[in-house]
Design a protein. Structure first.
Lengths: 500, 285
């Protein structure tokens, strides 16, 4: 029994990849909020459900002429459904989202891209991928009744699936091209619907609605040559984009020469970039500390393991988890350094002027610190375990317990405490070179609790280690929360102004 | 008929740093769009006034409202853009990354960043890191930030300091464009720049409001420039001298190029031309 060629997977894989890729690109580099993705999901699948119900009720109805097979009537039947349910639905959802303040003019592109993603990446590409996987798995197993039945069905309904790869490639190309056209059309009507809702311009909606008539062509796909049909669809897609950009350009001009986006006044602050950028910069800023924090323990691990074999592994197993939090403290200094630098450069003055509050600034630094701690711990512990195994040692249960109940909790708690206390210290002290720098005092604040726990544990016995670590960690995290809360409510904003 | 809500309302504002008063009982309101030049000598309280209006400093007494909302509320701060003498560019970032950072925090898009890069002619600088830029280039990038998102009130603290005359003029033109339908407070210590850009003035002296009115109400002062030559110039014997400088009284900086042309036409070898006296010093005597 013949199986389908794996080359057919190209269509759904490429379609899903470019649909999701565009969404990811818009999310990272342009603007695409989760609200936009969710509203487009409601708009698209709401429309698909509504179309399904409508067709179930009408398609076989005796009064309905389209069921008689007239291609023009059938085309109008499909086209008008898309106009009312998909485009009209996209507008209604956009209007609701705008009224709730969750959709703005600069979300228009994202809304269009997301609508296209649900159609191409999820409904068509996704379902095709699953179907092909089932066909392939069933037919390749061969022999059984299920495989026979599937083969018979497919050879009747989709015989081209069994074509040789050479004749399959053009079909795959056309199928992908059709999805590109669909992307252009969905983008256009989604974009227009958002601007129509935001600016209360019916003209935009009147341009968007006829774009749904593209589905009028559905019944003609068999009667036209494939190349001509797909070429026509692509031309329609390009026309839709051209019309969209032309009719909306006038609106932007009306907004003024200097600004194309609507006023920022009504929009909420987007604090994600603050957190993400701080993490990235903290890594870059304190890269030497990160290297020290990450690679010194690694060198230590490899050296001890190589020198002592099993005995070395044993020594390593006892000492390494106790030392690691101190290196983690060093590795995470970058975040505190950017706090100090940003304050001096006036970055916080501008952020406060934008409406960012003090606690957000503090937490953005703490989150960046936590990110680096996670990175240093993951790499350091991972490579150390690998070094142990390679040199013939086996990570013992005691080693695992120390890592889990000492190294990890103390690393996080001590660095959080160090960051917060370092920032408060920097804010409250007057400028004296080297003394009020949080990066100067921070290692002391971070390493002291770790050492205190270490020595206390030797006094009270290892049986109490868990309680000791737990108690100290909770106390430090509690101190961080209290400091952040008090600083937000009581600290004067001039503390965030540069001393320069 | 209802009175329109002022874009900026300051009423008996007392403000400063760490409990020390810098502004003392400043009151004014601004309703119409336009450029309002905040003038004052060094230490008069111009920057403190702008920081208080921007909601960065909390007044010790009095109230500040932006479009009817207390300046301390986030909603008010979202309606303001603001620049100080500090560039505010996070260290280690490339120019376009820094602009992207601020645009993203304010809910802007990549399109906003590209537009601003074009508007301020930053294309060549976009991929450079901030420490690689000259002081003037840094200022240009800092000013670019205010054009990322549209606001209704702009508080600009000496936005053209450190800029060469050509770029300064371009920025003043952009500010004038902004002021067509927005309120712009523009601090300066240069009366002639103030005359070029604004029609109304908020003059601050010793933390108090010295004048709030039309800029024409400020009596015109003479503008004195000093010309230093490579050696003694016989043709300038009749001119008054102060140190190494021959003094010339002009009506304003716009007459400086004419003076230079005249002097070089007479064969004078010019080494330096400088402003000898700040008209504001006279104004605030």
């Amino acid at each position: 029994m013949q199986d389908i060629d794996p080359i057919y997977f190209l269509t759904p894989v490429v379609v899903v990849a470019f649909s999701l890729g565009l969404v990811a690109y818009w999310r990272v580099r342009r603007r695409l909020t989760m609200f936009v993705v969710l509203f487009s999901l409601v708009a698209y699948f709401g429309a698909i459900c509504a179309k399904g119900v409508f067709q179930f009720l009408t398609y076989r109805a005796p009064f309905f002429p389209a069921s008689g097979g007239n291609a023009f009537e059938l085309g109008a039947y499909f086209g008008l459904q898309t106009v009312f349910f998909e485009v009209g639905g996209a507008y209604l959802v956009a209007r609701y989202a705008v009224s709730q303040g969750m959709l703005k003019a600069n979300d228009a592109e994202g809304y269009g891209i997301s609508l296209a993603m649900w159609e191409n990446g999820a409904l068509i590409g996704g379902s095709l991928l699953v179907s092909y996987a089932i066909y392939y798995a069933t037919l390749s197993a061969g022999g059984g009744a299920a495989a026979e039945q599937m083969y018979t069905t497919l050879i009747r309904s989709a015989p081209s699936l069994f074509d040789a790869p050479s004749s399959a490639l053009p079909l795959i190309g056309y199928a992908i091209l059709e999805r590109v056209s669909s992307l252009l059309i969905h983008f256009s009507w989604g974009y227009l619907c958002v601007l129509a809702a935001v600016f209360k311009r019916r003209t935009f909606l009147l341009f968007a609605l006829p774009m749904g008539l593209v589905d009028f062509l559905t019944p003609f796909s068999g009667s036209l040559a494939t190349g001509a049909f797909e070429g026509l669809l692509l031309a329609i897609g390009l026309l839709c984009v051209a019309v969209t950009l032309t009719v909306t350009r006038g609106k932007y001009r009306r907004q003024g020469m200097l600004f194309t986006s609507p006023s920022a006044e009504a929009g909420a602050l987007n604090l994600g970039p603050l957190f993400y950028t701080n993490f990235r910069r903290a890594l870059n800023f304190g890269r030497i500390y990160v290297v020290v924090g990450m690679f010194l323990p690694l060198l230590f691990a490899v050296q001890v393991s190589a020198a002592g074999g099993k005995a070395g592994s044993s020594i390593l197993g006892q000492i390494y988890p106790l030392l690691l939090p101190m290196f983690v403290v060093l590795g995470s200094l970058g975040a505190l350094m950017i706090f100090s630098s940003d304050k001096d450069k006036g970055v916080y003055e501008y952020l406060i002027a934008y409406g960012v509050d003090a606690s957000t600034i503090f937490w953005s630094i703490i989150v960046a610190t936590m990110g680096i701690v996670t990175l240093v711990l993951t790499v350091s512990i991972g490579v150390t375990i690998a070094a142990l195994v390679v040199t013939g040692g086996t990570p013992s249960i005691g080693f695992g317990e120390l890592i889990l109940f000492y190294t990890i909790p103390l690393s996080y708690a001590a660095t959080m405490f160090m960051s917060m206390a370092g920032m408060i210290w920097s804010q409250l002290t007057t400028r004296v070179a080297g003394v009020n720098s949080p990066a100067g005092i921070a290692p002391l604040l971070g390493i002291a609790p770790v050492l205190a726990v270490f020595f206390a544990a030797t006094q009270v016995g290892s049986g109490y280690l868990l309680y000791l670590v737990g108690g100290v960690s909770i106390a430090m995290i509690w101190a961080v929360v209290v400091m952040a809360s008090v600083a937000n409510s009581r600290m004067q904003r001039e503390r965030f102004l540069s001393n320069a | 008929m209802t009175t329109p809500t002022p874009s900026i309302l300051a009423e008996g504002v007392v403000s400063g740093y760490y409990g020390k008063k810098v502004l003392d009982g400043v009151s004014f309101s601004v309703t119409e769009p336009g450029v309002y030049v905040v003038l004052g000598p060094n230490g008069a309280g111009k920057t403190t006034l702008l920081r208080t209006l921007a909601g960065i400093l909390k007044p010790y007494a009095g109230r500040v409202e932006i479009n009817g909302i207390s300046s301390q509320a986030k909603e008010a701060r979202r309606q303001i853009d603001y620049i100080t003498h500090l560039d505010g560019i996070p260290e280690g970032m490339k120019v376009e990354d820094a602009l992207r950072f601020y645009a993203n925090v304010e809910g802007g898009t990549e399109e906003d960043v590209k537009r601003v890069v074009g508007l301020l002619d930053l294309t060549e600088l976009a991929r450079m890191r901030f420490p690689q830029l000259s002081q003037g280039q840094k200022k240009r990038v800092s000013v670019a930030r205010i054009f990322l998102r549209e606001k209704s009130v702009y508080l600009l603290d000496e936005p053209t300091s450190n800029l060469d005359p050509k770029v300064a003029r371009e920025i003043r033109e952009l500010v004038l464009q902004l002021s067509r339908d927005k309120v712009v407070l523009y601090s300066s210590h240069n009366l002639f720049e103030a005359r070029e850009i604004g029609s109304r003035v908020i003059a601050v002296k010793g933390g108090k409001l010295a004048l709030f009115g039309k800029i024409d109400e400020i009596k015109t002062q003479t503008y004195t420039v000093g010309v230093r030559t490579l050696g003694p110039e016989a043709s300038l014997e009749s001119a008054t001298m102060e140190g190494d400088y021959y003094l010339f009284e002009l009506r304003g900086p716009e007459e400086v190029p004419g003076l230079i042309n005249d002097l070089t036409g007479k064969g004078v070898k010019i080494r330096e031309v400088r402003e000898m006296q700040n008209p504001l010093e006279e104004l605030f005597k």
